[in-house]
Design a protein around this ligand. Structure first.
Ligand code: S3P
Length: 197
């Protein structure tokens, strides 16, 4: 299963916990790239530029074929290159963690190390966020996580995978090999209980 969403949406945090709950391996496309290159993401952008980074992402996509049983957290721009979202939708269940722009932007800046935000105005970052929504919304499941706890997000995804297993049989769900019926046909409609504290 594959997590997509804007920088700061919580893909790594959710992915790590989800993998633990499901007893699956967790992998991040950014980590696949930094391990291979021996450089941090900001260094890759600085030294080689964004097009080179996108080329490395395309190579990471090819490597995901062997990781269908993993929980995969993708970088925010990963599904946005032409044809990539189609491939992800075939590889497994794709879940969009859709936080409000303000929440995601604040979180990404707080953590830092985001070359796509460095030197960009808030308006430009918001424009990037808007453009990317059209790609992310193609995910099998869309969760507006802005007011959800990490636990609630993980529980919701586990429920989605279990429902799918019930509908399509354990083989389909354990390999995530085929496409799940849409929970959310378009956009983000789903909200779990607001964060209790
Ligand atoms: C990027 C997002 C980053 C990382 C790189 C580019 C993007 O991942 O892949 O800095 O284009 O949005 P996160 O979404 O984990 O921040």
């Amino acid at each position: 299963m594959i997590l997509v969403g804007f920088m700061g949406a919580g893909k790594s945090t959710v992915g790590r916990l989800l993998a633990r709950r499901l007893g699956r391996c967790f992998v991040e496309t950014d980590a696949m790239i930094t391990t291979r290159e021996g450089r941090s993401i900001p260094e890759i952008f600085e030294v080689r530029g964004e097009p080179y980074f996108r080329k490395l992402e395309a190579e990471a996509l090819d490597a995901l074929t062997d990781k269908r049983d993993h929980v995969v957290a993708t970088g925010g721009g990963f599904p946005c290159e032409p044809g990539v979202m189609d491939r992800l939708l075939e590889l497994g269940t794709v879940v969009w963690l859709a936080a409000d722009f303000e929440a995601a932007y604040a979180r990404a800046n707080r953590i830092g190390g985001r070359p796509m935000l460095a030197g960009r105005s808030v308006e430009d970052a918001a424009a990037l966020y808007r453009v990317r929504q059209d790609v992310y919304r193609r995910a099998h499941l869309a969760l507006d996580t802005t007011r959800m706890t990490v636990d609630a997000v993980v529980a919701r995804i586990v429920r989605h995978l279990r429902d799918r297993e019930r509908r399509e049989g354990p083989a389909a769900a354990s390999s995530d090999a085929s496409r799940a019926p849409l929970d959310q046909p378009a956009g983000v409609g789903e909200r779990e209980d607001p964060k209790g504290g």
